[in-house]
Write a protein that binds this ligand. Structure first.
Ligand SMILES: [Zn+2]
Ligand SMILES: [Zn+2]
Length: 235
C-alpha cells in the first residue's frame, strides 16, 4: 500500500506548530534550525545503515545488523532533530509525531512494503508514557499493518551504565510474534531513533523467524555513534 498525504491543515489545527529547535511558533522546524539539521540520506552516509560513513562499502556498525536489510532515517540525531525526538518521547508531545512522520515519509521516498509495524514498547512502559512514539510516527503513513502481533515480552532494564554487549544480550530475546506466517513478506519496521541497531535487529530476527523475507527499518533519527566505542543511550 502507498502513502496517503498527511493533512497539514489538520495538523496545524490540533497543534499550533512550534519549532523543535528554538521554540518559535509557526513551523515544526524554522528555516535557520532546519539548516542545522543533518540529513541522514545521501553522500557521507553508509548505504546500508545510514550512519555517518565516508567509505564506499558498509560501515563497521552494519555488522551488528544481520536480520535488518537496511536502515533509512530522516536526520542525524543531533540539534533540533534530537530535540524533536525528546519532545515526542520524554515531553510526551504526541502531536509532534505528525510533522516528524512527514520527514520520515520523505526519507522513505515512496518505497512500498507488504506490511509495516512499529517497534513495540513493553506494556508497562507504554502505560507510563501514554503512547508508543514509534507507532505514532508510523500511523500517519497509512501502511498495511502486520497481520499478527509483534510484542515486547521482556522489560529491558534502563540501560544506562551497561556495556554495549550487555545491552545487546538483554534486548535479543525481548520480542515475540504471534499471528499468521509472514511468508515471503517485505516489512517496514519503524522506530523513532536507531543507535546500535540492537532493538530493530531483535525485532527483525523475530519477523524473519516467522517467514518475513525482507525487513527494512525507517527511523526519524540515526545516532551515528563512533564505531568501536560505546554507543550513547537513546532507548
Ligand atoms: Zn527554530
Ligand atoms: Zn553501516
Amino acid at each position: 500500500m502507498r502513502f496517503a498525504a498527511i493533512p497539514n491543515a489538520l495538523v496545524d489545527l490540533v497543534y499550533p506548530p512550534r519549532c523543535s529547535g528554538c521554540g518559535r511558533f509557526g513551523t515544526f522546524f524554522c528555516a535557520p534550525c532546519h539548516s542545522t539539521c543533518t540529513p541522514a540520506v545521501g553522500a557521507g552516509r553508509c548505504k546500508h545503515c545510514s550512519a555517518e560513513w565516508e567509505g564506499s562499502d558498509n560501515c563497521p556498525r552494519c555488522f551488528n545488523m544481520q536480520a535488518v536489510d537496511s536502515v533509512v532515517a530522516a536526520f542525524e540525531m543531533h540539534g533540533p532533530a534530537r530535540r524533536a525526538v525528546h519532545r515526542l518521547k520524554y515531553g510526551r508531545v504526541r502531536a509532534a509525531a505528525l510533522p516528524m512522520s512527514a520527514h520520515l515519509q520523505q526519507a522513505l521516498d515512496g518505497a512500498a512494503f507488504d506490511y509495516a509495524v512499529a517497534v513495540p514498547l513493553h506494556p508497562s512502559r507504554q502505560r507510563s508514557r501514554g503512547f508508543n512514539q514509534a507507532a505514532a510516527l508510523l500511523a500517519p503513513l497509512h501502511y498495511t499493518p502486520l497481520p499478527g502481533n509483534l510484542r515486547r515480552v521482556v522489560k529491558t532494564a534502563q540501560q544506562v551504565g551497561s556495556s554495549m554487549r550487555e545491552r545487546r544480550r538483554n534486548i535479543a530475546d525481548a520480542f515475540a510474534y504471534q499471528g499468521p506466517t509472514l511468508d515471503g513478506a517485505t516489512i517496514l519496521l519503524v522506530d523513532d531513533v536507531v543507535t546500535t541497531g540492537a532493538t530493530v535487529e531483535a525485532c527483525a530476527r523475530v519477523l524473519k523467524d516467522h517467514g518475513a523475507r525482507h525487513v527494512y527499518v525507517a527511523a526519524f533519527a540515526r545516532a551515528s555513534y563512533k564505531p568501536g566505542s560505546d554507543a550513547p543511550i537513546e532507548d
